[in-house]
Structure formats: structure tokens, C-alpha cells
Design a protein around this ligand. Structure first.
Ligand SMILES: [Zn+2]
Length: 191
């Protein structure tokens, strides 16, 4: 049964109080002001809150910032690969232009190098970071962003089975920023 074929799946997490945050980050500011006839919500969040893209500038001071995010990176065919563990080079298989890793706590440096060498445009992961949270080297970030591979972190891939999809993932256009929250969707394609 392919009952969900051609339906868009929202793979972005909710931005809300109590959501998963980078260790040590303060809770997000999300306040709604009630005016006389309308209401306005104000946000105080890191650019790396929720489902978000990392720009090369996150690790390279002269690297591209998020406002230069090319639509070709975030729109097109993508493959969801379930690893249920760190992303190893052996797990990569057939790569294509966009890869989303499900059940992956981080990407091993050798896998990041293979991804960069294959000309992948965008890599996504359903954890907080492509590097181990305790990492001080940030090898995967440096390899990927240094090779022009855009990164999207903290996806919700719970409803996306492994396979081939059409992806739309677009970060907010924030001047000079090293990252930005993104809304992302997948739609299943035939293999
Ligand atoms: Zn990151």
C-alpha cells in the first residue's frame, strides 16, 4: 500500500518552550503580546534553533552566510538513509545530491569526506549536530561546510521511511547569519 504517496511530510520540529536545545543554551523566548484587536508573538532564539541550516560562516569567518543559501541546495531529490547509529562511510551507498540521515547521532569524519568528495549539496540529520555533542574538533562541520555542503540539523524524520524523496528545505534569509531556522518537507518518489 502506498497510501501516503505524493503527500508532503513535514520534517521540521516545533519551535516551542521545552524543545530540544544545544546543551547549556537558555530556553527560547516566545512571548505573545495581546493588543486590543490582534496579537503579536515575539521570538528570542538562536539562529540554530529547531530545524535549522548551518552556513559555511558557522565555522569559517569569510564563508558564505545563510542569506546566500542557494535554492538548488534545498530543493530537489533527496535520499533518506536510516543508520540508527553514527553515519559511517559504509552506510552511504548511492548518494545523489541531498542526503538525510535518520537515527543518526552524528556523521563520522570519513563519511563526511566521502560526502564532500561526491559533490553532495546538502546533508541533513535528525540530531542536534552532525558532530558528537561532546566534540571539540567539529570535524564533520568543518569538512562539510569547508567543501560547500550545506547542513540541516534537528530534522524530524520519524514519519519518513528510508527511500527517495522530493525535498523542500528553506532557511530564513537573515543578513550575514551563520545559520537560520528552516521549514522542511518531503514527498515520496518512486525508487
Ligand atoms: Zn551545526
Amino acid at each position: 500500500m502506498q497510501s501516503h504517496e505524493n503527500q508532503w511530510i513535514d520534517i521540521s520540529v516545533l519551535i516551542r518552550h521545552g524543545m530540544p536545545l544545544w546543551p547549556g543554551d537558555p530556553d527560547i523566548g516566545l512571548e505573545t503580546a495581546e493588543k486590543t484587536v490582534y496579537r503579536v508573538t515575539s521570538l528570542r532564539i538562536s539562529a540554530h534553533t529547531g530545524t535549522h541550516c548551518d552556513a559555511p560562516r558557522h565555522f569559517f569567518a569569510s564563508g558564505a552566510s545563510i542569506d546566500a543559501f542557494p535554492p538548488e541546495a534545498g530543493i530537489g531529490t533527496a535520499r533518506v538513509i536510516q543508520t540508527d547509529g553514527p553515519v559511517t562511510e559504509a552506510a552511504l551507498g548511492q548518494m545523489g545530491e541531498r542526503l538525510l540521515f535518520k537515527g543518526a547521532p552524528y556523521i563520522e569524519p570519513a563519511a563526511a569526506r566521502a560526502i564532500a568528495a561526491a559533490g553532495v549539496r546538502l546533508v541533513g540529520i535528525d540530531s542536534l549536530s552532525v558532530d558528537p555533542v561532546e566534540s571539540t574538533e567539529y570535524a564533520a562541520h568543518k569538512i562539510l561546510l569547508g567543501s560547500g555542503v550545506w547542513i540541516v540539523e534537528l530534522l524530524d524524520l520519524s514519519a519518513a521511511m528510508p527511500g527517495r524523496y522530493e525535498l523542500i528545505c528553506l532557511p530564513l534569509k537573515i543578513f550575514g547569519s551563520d545559520g537560520a531556522p528552516a521549514r522542511a518537507f518531503l514527498r515520496r518518489l518512486a525508487e
